[in-house]
Ligand binder design. Structure first.
Ligand SMILES: [Zn+2]
Length: 238
């Protein structure tokens, strides 16, 4: 199905794309896991995809938020009300997701952008049901591994499906075609930590990578990520 921002990317992966950002649905039979809830129309598209595929809203088993930025959790409150599915988030991003800015922020401007975006996009409060922690394996499919990658935000996580060999990289690593790039330092709470965190992803045996911001839909970015790590390590960073 290719319809108004809904993209069937692989047999068990549906992508929702608006201008800024992708969110994803991971499927296991009839069960569905939402990875982020996007911004603007994402939650509407998710509901309409459920209708079109004949799924019940109870088939949405969990909403996992990779971090507390506004473009990743826009539809969370609406999806939670609609489905009753529990929301998962790393505790270090709870304040951020609730519009409280404990900092440290790299700039007051970024804090202001985040705060005004919450207001501008009508980010509604939602209930966080479960904390995520590094090394958790979420009981979905054969298990989804949680990888804590602090830096972009304090509580950002990536998710890795062992069975599908798919890495959902959130904003830790972004892609353009088969090249990786990274969020501008002004968007990272701790830029040095963010750059170190992505090294953890380079050893995963991922065959497919789905960042939250990407163009070109070429997912073979693991080689480029490993080249990036090698270059940083030879420059004395680790
Ligand atoms: Zn972000």
């Amino acid at each position: 199905m290719e319809h108004r921002g809904i993209h069937e990317l692989r047999e068990n992966v549906v992508g929702l794309k608006s201008l800024l950002v992708w969110s994803y649905l991971l499927l296991d039979g009839r069960d569905v896991l939402a990875i982020d809830s996007g911004l603007g129309p994402h939650s509407f598209w998710i509901k309409s995809w459920f209708r079109k595929t004949g799924r019940d809203r109870k088939d949405l088993k969990a909403i996992v938020l990779t971090h507390g930025h506004v473009d990743h959790m826009g539809g969370a409150a609406s999806l939670q009300r609609w489905s009753g599915a529990p929301i998962f988030l790393h505790p270090a991003d709870r304040d951020l997701a609730q519009g409280r800015f404990a900092g440290p922020w790299p700039s007051r401007r970024l804090a202001m952008v985040e705060k005004s975006s919450n207001l501008m996009f009508w980010i509604r409060r939602f209930r966080v049901d479960h904390d995520l922690a590094d090394g958790d394996v979420l009981p979905f499919g054969d298990g989804i591994r949680v990888i804590h990658l602090p830096g972009h935000t304090a509580g950002q996580v990536a998710l890795y499906s062992e069975r599908e060999k798919i890495l959902f990289a959130a904003d830790a690593v972004l892609s353009r075609g088969s090249s990786v790039f990274f969020p501008h330092r002004l968007f990272n709470q701790d830029d040095r930590l963010a750059r170190r965190s992505v090294f953890r992803l380079a050893d995963l045996p991922a065959e497919w990578v789905y960042p939250a911001h990407q163009t070109g839909l070429a997912h073979n970015i693991m080689d480029d990520l490993r080249r990036y790590r090698a270059a940083r390590e030879s420059a004395g960073e680790s």
